[in-house]
Design a protein around this ligand. Structure first.
Ligand SMILES: *[C@@H]1O[C@H](CO)[C@@H](O)[C@H](O)[C@H]1NC(C)=O
Ligand SMILES: *[C@@H]1O[C@H](CO)[C@@H](O)[C@H](O)[C@H]1NC(C)=O
Ligand SMILES: *[C@@H]1O[C@H](CO)[C@@H](O)[C@H](O)[C@H]1NC(C)=O
Length: 578
């Protein structure tokens, strides 16, 4: 290996602007070993040299705005579809439902927000008005709202309750205001309806504190009155009233629809996009899913999907399993997108117990997988380092610091770009996480992961296209002491802000192609994880196989109708029903 070891003492010859715990640890360690070997005879002059730091590399356009960055760092948002449909067992209300039926007697927006927050969602987005036109706030421009509801004798305001709860909990608030309105009489008269719509939008954006996201669709039913939506005027109004908000639509301007309602992004997914190439209500799903490597606008994608078959709550429907949500997480957050999961409150005005249970399991599963980054204890080396060996600002060690704002950068004008890891011992893993510092643009086009085999060869385990904010790749479990991440193609010098290597014991099969659907679980299955010792209690169906291997927690189980179970661990309890 030609790479220099990052623990080489020469790397101390620089100014770490933000010392991190690992770095301090190494410094202490190196000091003690220097003192031991030199018998503390003299100070070590190179430790205190003071050359100027190398500036950061130029960004590559387009770049995210501050609102887009904050949106992306949030990773997951909870969508709340709620309204008269919740009481009429429908998905698309006609606009003629009697508003008095809206009576969520136990409504508690704090419960919604707590469910979102404890499961790791950074914002909540409410359908303040769906296609049926019923408003969850007392709009001055229509009576078809909570003012005409039985709930609180017309004195309730769902949006106000949610805004208060979100502010208290410190999570973001977003609103959906349906352009299509099946109740409003002026719908169909272009100027009049656009004025009405913008008046309602102004109520939402001026009466409830900070709004982080405005979610729009171009929906208009078949055979509906022909009229034009003045999107450009709406967008300008939204940005004027809420400069920190991102606007979602099929075509941006700030975040784009991924092109399906399954929550799944393309396995190549650029935040780059041409807004002018997309039309709201009439997009090319392929273009939406993949973005555009030549796009001149920054418009990252949002993956919306419902936890249940429908968007509104129906007594007959059940939520997806936690493992299905995990699969969608890999295919949304793990493909440079935001995961927008709809969890509809029920007709009591609360999120149902079965949905809460699934969300808790989903959070525990993510915690189990992603809280053990095997790379944390690895020795890292890079093919080169920006600014040369004296510069610590771009050291490969930064890829183990959480977040995107510190990063490894290679020396300029190189053609080989790689980071090597030495675990010290052979470890098993099946997930790679890579993050780019996207505030400096999205760069990486192609990359791959190699392991060092016992016969001394490098062998490719998985390759990928595009990284962006975050890339998660799953593959068949491999075991190795040495591995390397190689960047094969990049729009500019590749920068890496985070690397994770994990063992995911839950995902079955692999997702190497990016098209397979590995987790085919049915709704009867429940996985419960308890406590930090990762005991697993699961009901599996007969074809399911779980393999879990790691150096200090080794468990291997095959479940099928013949109940073959092998357990090789004293610190994992496992109970299974078949
Ligand atoms: C997007 O715009 C760039 C020029 O800025 C162009 O090269 C590229 O072909 C466009 N993409 C599409 C799909 O039109
Ligand atoms: C709504 O969910 C709550 C649990 O949060 C539950 O107690 C209540 O019975 C549910 N209401 C309906 C109508 O299912
Ligand atoms: C692991 O967790 C299970 C379930 O919580 C518990 O019964 C068991 O005693 C724990 N084992 C250890 C070693 O902590």
């Amino acid at each position: 290996m030609k790479e220099r070891n990052a623990r080489d003492p020469t790397f101390l010859n620089s100014k770490a602007r933000e010392p991190i715990p690992q770095l301090i640890g190494f410094v202490v360690l190196l000091f003690s070993s220097l003192i031991a070997t030199t018998k503390a005879t003299a100070p070590v002059p190179f430790l205190f040299s003071s050359s100027s730091p190398k500036p950061a590399p130029l960004p590559i356009l387009p770049l995210p705005s501050a609102a887009q960055l904050s949106w992306q760092l949030g990773e997951m948002a909870l969508f709340l579809h709620f309204g008269t449909n919740t009481f009429t067992d429908s998905e698309w209300g006609t606009g003629h439902a009697d508003p008095s039926i809206f009576n969520p007697t136990k409504l508690d927006a704090r419960q919604w927000v707590q469910v979102a927050k404890s499961a790791g969602f950074s914002r909540v987005i409410l359908t303040t008005k769906h296609h049926d036109g019923f408003c969850l706030w007392p709009s001055a421009y229509t009576d078809y709202s909570v003012r005409s509801a039985s709930w609180k004798n017309g004195a309730g305001n769902v949006l106000a309750d949610l805004a208060d709860a979100a502010r208290e909990a410190g999570i973001g608030l977003g609103v959906y205001l349906s352009p299509w309105d099946r109740h409003e009489a002026c719908y169909g008269r272009t100027n009049e309806y656009n004025e009405f719509y913008m008046a309602q939008m102004s109520e939402l954006l001026t009466g409830y504190g900070e709004i982080k996201e405005v979610w729009l669709d171009g929906a208009k039913g078949e055979g509906e009155k022909d009229m034009e939506y003045f999107f450009d005027s709406w967008f300008a109004l939204i940005h004027q009233l809420q400069p920190g908000a991102v606007i979602f639509s099929d075509a941006g301007p700030d975040t784009r629809w991924i092109g399906d309602e399954a929550g799944v992004a393309g396995s190549t997914c650029w935040s780059l996009f041409n807004r002018s190439s997309a039309k709201i209500g009439d997009t090319d799903p392929q273009y939406s899913r993949g973005g555009d490597p030549y796009g001149h606008d920054w418009v990252p994608a949002e993956c919306d999907v419902s936890i249940r078959p429908g968007w509104f709550w129906h007594t007959s429907e059940r939520p997806k399993s936690a493992l299905t949500l995990l699969d969608i997480y890999y295919k949304s957050v793990g493909r440079n997108c935001l995961f927008l999961l709809n969890v509809p409150p029920n007709s009591s005005g609360l999120i149902s117990d079965e949905d809460i249970q699934v969300l808790e399991e989903f959070a525990k599963i993510r915690q189990t997988i992603f809280s053990h980054n095997l790379a944390k204890n690895a020795v890292l080396t890079a093919s080169s380092k920006r600014g040369g060996i004296d510069e610590s600002q771009f050291d490969p060690l930064h890829v183990l610091e959480e977040g995107i704002f510190t990063y490894w950068a290679p020396e300029e004008y190189q053609s080989d770009w790689s980071i090597n890891l030495d675990f010290g011992v052979s470890l098993s893993f099946n997930v790679l996480q890579v993050q780019e510092p996207i505030h400096k643009g999205q760069r990486i086009i192609e990359f791959h992961l190699d392991i060092h085999t016992e016969d001394g060869e490098w062998k490719t385990v998985i390759s990928g296209t595009t990284v962006g904010y975050q890339r998660l790749l799953r593959f068949v479990t491999v075991k190795s002491q040495y591995l390397r991440i190689v960047i094969d193609k990049s729009r500019a010098d590749p920068l890496i802000s985070y690397l994770g290597i994990y063992l995911d014991p839950f995902s079955i099969g692999n997702d190497a192609s990016g098209t397979s659907s590995p987790s085919n679980f049915n709704s009867t299955e429940v996985i419960r994880l308890t406590s930090s010792n990762h005991s697993l209690n699961a009901n599996f169906n007969s074809t399911e196989v779980i393999r879990l291997t790691s150096s200090n927690h080794s468990l291997s189980a095959n479940f099928n109708s013949t109940e073959v179970i092998r357990l090789t661990s004293s610190n994992h309890s496992l109970s299974a029903k078949m």
